[in-house]
Ligand binder design. Sequence first.
Ligand code: BTN
Length: 253
Amino acid sequence: MTDDGLAGFVSPGAWLGRPFVHRYETASTHDDLRAMAQAGAPHGAMVVADQQTAGRGRLGRAWLSAAGENLAVSVLLRPEAELSVVATLPLVTGLAVADAVDAALGAPRARVKWPNDVRVDGRKVAGVLVEGALRGDALAWLLVGIGVNVRGDDAPEAVRDLATTLRRVAGRDLSRVTVLDALVRALEARYEALFARGFGAARGELRARCDTLGARVTVGDVTGVADDIADDGALVVLTDDGRRVDVRVGDVR
Ligand code: BTN
C-alpha cells in the first residue's frame, strides 16, 4: 500500500480535524496549535506534521520520529465538561488511540500502559501528551498531542528495545492517511461519549485493555501491584506494606 501523503487529508469528523492544518516540517505541532488556540481556533482544530524538529513527549522528554514515516498530531479541545471529567481525558485519549491502532491492524492487538501509552506485543507504538491552559480558575483549552509510529521498520535507536512500529507488527505497509482517518473517528467518538456520559464506560474498557493491571510496578516512590483504575483515572497500587495508593502522575516501570 502506498502512503498518499497527509497534505490533502480530509477529516472524516463532524468537528474533530476541522480545520485541518498540515505542515511538512515544524518544531512541534503542539506549539503551532497553541498559537492557533491563542488566536481563537475552534474546538477540534488539528495540526499534523510530517516532521517535527523539537517534538515533545511526556515528563519533559523529547519525542523522536523519522521524517515522513509517522504521525505527529495535535488536537485543540475546548471542553465544557466538569473538570473531574476533563481530568480523565488523557486516559480516554489512550483508549481512542488503541481503537485506531486496532482498526488499522484489523485485529484487537493494542493494549494500554497506564496512563496512555499504546503498545502492541509489549512495545510502544503510540504516545499521548496532554497540556492544558487555564483562564483564571477555569480551563481555557487542552492540547492533545499524539505520536504514532506507523511506517518505519524500526523505532528511533534510543528507544528500539521499548518501541516498535505498526508496519513492523502488521508485517505489511500501512498508510498514514488510513491510520489518521481511524484516529479522527476514534477520538471523536470517545470524546463525545466522555462529554455526554462521563468516564464510567471508558473506565470499564480501559481496565480490560490495560496491561499495567495485575503487574508489579514502580511509579515514583510507590512500589507494589497495580490493582485497578479508580473512577478519577488514578492507578490504584497495592503496596508491599499493604496500603492502597492512588497514583495520578508518573511513569510506570
Ligand atoms: C509520550 O509518549 O511521551 C508522548 C508523545 C507525544 C508526541 C506528540 S507528536 C505530536 C505532538 N507534538 C509534540 O511535540 N508532541 C506530541
